[in-house]
Design a protein around this ligand. Structure first.
Ligand code: ZN
Length: 335
C-alpha cells in the first residue's frame, strides 16, 4: 500500500469520525408543546423534531412514512402517555427505532376518564404544576443521554422551571378576576380538567377527553342547560377543532365566542401561543376576558361566520344587484 493511499484513508476516516462526533442527539416529541419544553432545556445541543405538526390533532393522528423515519432517527422519544398517543406503539414497532422512550408524565397524578373505564385524561400539561414535572423528566432524560452537557441542561432546567412557577402564580391570581359564579369554562373537547382542577374553574365540554367520539344530542342539551342556568357569557373554541357545533350551541343560548384556546397543539410562531408558556398565558387571558363583565364576541377574530352577520349581508347585496341587473335587461329587451 502506498504512503499516499494510507494518508488518504486516514484523512477520510478522520472526516467520518469527526462528522459522527459533531452529530447532535435527535429528540423526537409527539406534540409541539413537548418539543418546546425540550428546546428550552436543551437549546441547540440537540436536534428537536415533532411527530404531530402545529395545528394537528394528536388524538386523531394517522402516522405517515415520514413519522416512521423520524421515530427511527430518535435517540430519545418524548411521549405524554396517559392514552394521548393511541397510535404510537404501532409506529414505534414499525419504525425499528433503537431510541429510548421517555414518559414525560411520570410522577403526575392522573385524572381518570368519565367516559372510558380504566382510561386517563391525557391533558396534564394544562396544569403548570404538572408542567414542572414534565420538564423535570425531560431534563433527567437529556442529562442521561448526554452527560457531557449535563450542567448546561441542569442550569437551563432551573431557570425554565422558575418561569413555569412564576406563570403558575400569575394564573392563580388572574383567575380571581372572574366573578366566582362565572368560573365555568365551556369548550369543544374536555382538555381543561387539569387546568380547572388547579385554578378553580368548573368544566363543561361538548366532547369528551378525546376528539374521536361523536357528539350526542345529550351533550348538546347538557351544555345548553349550563349556559342558560348559569348565564355563562362566553364559550371558547379550540385551535385544533372545528368550531361549528360549539358556535351553534352558543348562539342558540345567548352566549358569545370568547376566543380561541390552545390545548393539544401550540399555535404558529405569529400566534399568541407559540410556546408552552405563551399557550397557558394566552388561554388564561382569553378565559378571564371572556368570563368577566364586558366580554366581547371574538367570532370574527377566530374565523367563524356569524349567522346573519356581515358575510350574509354582502351575499344578499350581490344577489340583489344581480336581480336588479336582470330586471333592467328584461325591461330593455321588452321595450
Ligand atoms: Zn385533547
Amino acid at each position: 500500500m502506498s504512503q499516499k493511499y494510507i494518508t488518504y484513508i486516514i484523512f477520510v476516516a478522520t472526516l467520518f469520525s469527526s462528522s459522527l462526533i459533531a452529530q447532535k442527539p435527535v429528540v423526537v416529541s409527539s406534540a409541539t408543546m413537548f418539543t418546546d419544553m425540550v428546546k428550552n432545556i436543551a437549546g441547540d445541543l440537540v436536534t428537536t423534531e415533532t411527530i404531530v405538526p402545529i395545528g394537528g390533532d394528536p388524538h386523531l393522528h394517522t402516522p405517515t412514512p415520514r413519522d416512521a423515519k423520524l421515530v427511527k432517527s430518535a435517540d430519545l422519544l418524548m411521549l405524554n402517555g396517559l392514552t394521548f398517543e393511541g397510535w404510537i406503539n404501532e409506529l414505534i414497532e414499525n419504525s425499528g427505532t433503537k431510541g429510548k422512550t421517555i414518559m414525560i408524565t411520570e410522577g403526575v397524578d392522573p385524572i381518570s376518564s368519565d367516559t372510558y373505564k380504566n382510561s386517563t385524561d391525557p391533558h396534564a400539561w394544562m396544569d403548570l404544576a404538572n408542567g414542572r414535572i414534565y420538564i423535570k423528566n425531560i431534563a433527567k432524560a437529556l442529562k442521561e443521554l448526554d452527560p457531557a452537557n449535563a450542567s448546561t441542561y441542569e442550569a437551563n432546567y432551573k431557570s425554565y422551571d422558575q418561569q413555569l412557577a412564576d406563570l403558575d402564580a400569575y394564573v392563580i391570581e388572574k383567575i380571581k378576576e372572574i366573578p366566582k359564579e362565572k368560573r365555568i369554562l365551556i369548550t369543544s373537547h374536555d382538555a381543561f380538567k387539569y387546568y380547572g382542577k388547579r385554578y378553580g374553574i368548573r368544566l363543561e365540554a361538548i366532547q369528551g377527553i378525546s376528539t374521536d367520539s361523536e357528539i350526542q344530542t345529550s351533550d348538546i342539551k347538557r351544555v345548553s342547560y349550563t349556559i342558560k342556568r348559569y348565564e355563562v357569557p362566553s364559550v371558547f373554541v379550540e385551535s385544533t377543532i372545528n368550531p361549528k357545533q360549539l358556535k351553534l350551541i352558543a348562539s342558540d343560548n345567548g352566549a358569545i365566542i370568547g376566543g380561541k384556546l390552545y390545548a393539544d397543539s401550540l399555535g404558529d410562531k405569529d400566534s399568541p401561543a407559540a410556546t408552552y408558556l405563551d399557550m397557558i398565558k394566552s388561554n388564561t387571558n382569553t378565559i378571564v376576558a371572556g368570563l368577566s363583565a364586558g366580554a366581547t364576541d371574538k367570532s370574527e377574530e377566530v374565523g367563524i361566520e356569524n349567522k346573519g352577520g356581515k358575510s350574509n349581508l354582502i351575499l344578499y347585496g350581490i344577489m340583489g344587484l344581480l336581480l336588479l341587473g336582470g330586471m333592467l335587461f328584461l325591461i330593455k329587451k321588452l321595450s
